[in-house]
Design a protein around this ligand. Structure first.
Ligand code: NAP
Length: 205
């Protein structure tokens, strides 16, 4: 498949590129800082662009089978008001509509599940700004007629495994963390196997 990856040089995005190439997909990494991607591979094309710019994206998107987005804002900016993911969601769905690309997998966060108790309350509070941005991005995606999947992981950790459990509309039981690589594996499985189309999936290790 021809896959268009946003956030391709981030921690989840790097794993997505790596796994997608290992699975013999053709990968387009659309990034604002191409110099950060040092990997070279005949099936990897690195394009410079702004994921908030619908025109830039629409120009290079035709011919792809799916868009996978692992964009996000890093701390400390993540704790201040920000709109990156929602702005990119709007430009992405706009560009996809223009380009005739229907399949979208978007990384969100488990903090958007309505969990009860002190543990959830604490993270909901700490991640207020992230929650707002991702929540708005989810709304933008859900309002389209695209074949979207929203994936909500809990805390992301840097381990080499790609094992995940997934469930519709809920975080798998006792799911407190998951590796960046396992989220990437889920995203690719969702595209390859047409899983969770127009659904929200909770994932955890
Ligand atoms: N970390 C966790 O525990 C956790 C848990 C649940 C969900 N999540 C969510 O998972 C997603 C991926 O997380 P991650 O840790 O893999 O992300 P990350 O490593 O911080 O990567 C973020 C990506 O977004 C890009 N980006 C940031 N600001 C940009 C801008 N203004 N214009 C263009 N690109 C920009 C970065 O590119 P540059 O390198 O050019 O900045 C990078 O490719 C995020 O939405 C995060 O909220 C994270």
């Amino acid at each position: 498949m021809r896959l268009f990856i946003l956030g391709a040089n981030g921690k989840t995005g790097t794993q997505l590129v790596d796994l997608a190439l290992a699975r013999n997909h053709q990968v387009t990494a659309f990034v604002r800082s191409p110099e950060k991607i040092t990997r070279r591979h005949p099936n990897l094309q690195v394009l410079h662009g702004d994921p908030r710019n619908v025109h830039e994206m629409a120009r290079v998107l035709p011919g792809h089978d799916a868009v996978l987005s692992a964009l996000g804002v890093r701390p400390p900016q993540a704790f201040r008001p920000h709109t990156l993911v929602q702005e990119c969601a709007a430009s992405t769905v706009g560009a996809m509509t223009r380009a005739g690309v229907k399949r979208l997998v978007l990384v969100s966060a488990a903090v958007l599940f309505p969990g009860k108790g002190l543990f959830f309350d604490f993270f909901r509070f700490i991640l207020t700004q992230v929650r707002r941005d991702l929540g708005n991005a989810e709304e933008i995606v859900r309002a389209t007629s695209l074949e979207w999947t929203i994936v909500r992981p809990p805390r992301l950790i840097n381990t080499a495994d790609d094992i995940y459990r997934s469930e519709r509309d809920v975080l798998p039981a006792s799911g407190y963390s998951i590796s960046f690589r396992a989220v990437a594996a889920f995203m690719l499985d969702a595209v390859e196997q047409r899983m969770y189309v127009r659904e929200v999936a909770g994932v955890a290790s």
